[in-house]
Design a protein around this ligand. Structure first.
Ligand code: SF4
Ligand code: ZN
Length: 322
């Protein structure tokens, strides 16, 4: 099953809506067709609109870009740097989970882009922060699969580190590369798993709970489909890691949702936008019903914000380090 797009739609014989030149991409939900230059212009305009609509970033804020070297975070970093480099202080965080043959390769793209775009960056390694890399966690899981799967460790550890570092440097916002497809898949997964509490991570600006311990995470690509992010990266000449997917990926379920959402979009163009629009409409109700009960605590071991006395990261690591 595919873990990333390999192409974008283009209907032969169509002309760019704006200049009339040969179209290089077709947006089937329009339908609209664009040449490379006008597609780049369109995406920039749409990202600016998302930023305004959800008040994602304001001038003079301190911004931390989470960069992996993949297409999504590279495109998000490129655009935010282009739009805000004169009005905001921008830094980048590159997290090295210790996945040989994958992250060591992708992180090189992130470093190079930071140098080209003149962005200060910091690399943080799981091994140094938590005393264990994902490679070592995988070895333990291979001996005892009841511990969980690699992604269940990696995701929470990465999120905790991003938040912690963003707080350390007093960032106002943490920018991630999540796109429209990521959000649609997560919305549907949370519905099918009956986990409304996980909606807290979704939306252009995540985090219903206001706390100085949580730095708001913002997603400038929230309204851009994944294959359009892919096309933009290629048309704009952005260098990114396009190699094999993570060898530890345990995201078979997410890939099923990816395929399903793409199938639905093909049959009923506009499905992805309808899905996030539905989420936007019920967000307010969730805030009242699901999160009003939520009490934020502090992990007794590491001091990070948690919903229980011991945070998920400490709990899972204690089990694996036994
Ligand atoms: Fe981590 Fe899983 Fe993503 Fe690999 S696929 S980087 S293990 S969350
Ligand atoms: Zn903890």
């Amino acid at each position: 099953m595919r873990c990333k797009p390999t192409d974008w739609n283009v209907i032969e014989g169509k002309k760019c809506e704006i200049c009339g030149k040969k179209a290089e991409i077709s947006l089937l939900y329009g339908p609209q067709h664009y040449c490379k230059m006008h597609f780049i212009y369109l995406i920039e305009k749409r990202v600016k609109k998302t930023i305004r609509k959800y008040s994602l970033i304001k001038p003079k804020e301190k911004i931390l870009l989470a960069m992996s070297g993949g297409k999504d975070s590279s495109v998000a970093a490129y655009l935010i740097n282009k739009i805000f480099s004169n009005s905001c202080e921008i830094k980048a965080l590159l997290i090295d989970e210790g996945i040989k043959g994958y992250r060591n390769k992708s992180i090189e793209f992130a470093k190079k882009n930071c140098k080209v775009w003149n962005i200060d960056y910091k690399v943080i390694k799981f091994e140094e922060e938590y005393g264990i890399s994902m490679g070592k966690i995988q070895k333990k899981i291979m001996k005892d699969s009841s511990i969980g799967n690699p992604c269940s460790f990696c995701g929470i550890m990465r999120r905790q580190l991003m938040n912690k570092y963003a707080r350390t440097i007093k960032a106002d916002k943490l920018v991630t590369g999540h796109n429209l497809d990521d959000e649609c898949q997560s919305i549907l997964m949370n519905v099918c798993d009956n986990k409304p509490e996980l909606f807290i991570r979704l939306g252009a600006k995540s985090g219903f709970i206001k706390s100085e311990k949580f730095i708001p995470r913002v997603k400038p690509l929230y309204e851009i489909p994944e294959n359009e992010v892919f096309a933009f990266a290629n048309f704009a000449g952005i260098k990114y890691y396009g190699g094999e997917c993570c060898p530890l990926s345990h995201e078979a379920k997410r890939n099923e949702y990816r395929e399903t959402v793409n199938r639905l979009e093909k049959a009923y163009p506009g499905t992805k936008y309808s899905t996030i629009n539905f989420f936007e409409r019920i967000k307010g109700m969730l805030q009242k019903d699901v999160y009003s009960e939520f009490k934020l605590k502090q992990c007794k071991q590491c001091g990070e914000p948690a919903s229980t006395n011991i945070c998920k990261v400490c709990e899972k690591l204690a089990r694996i380090k036994k």
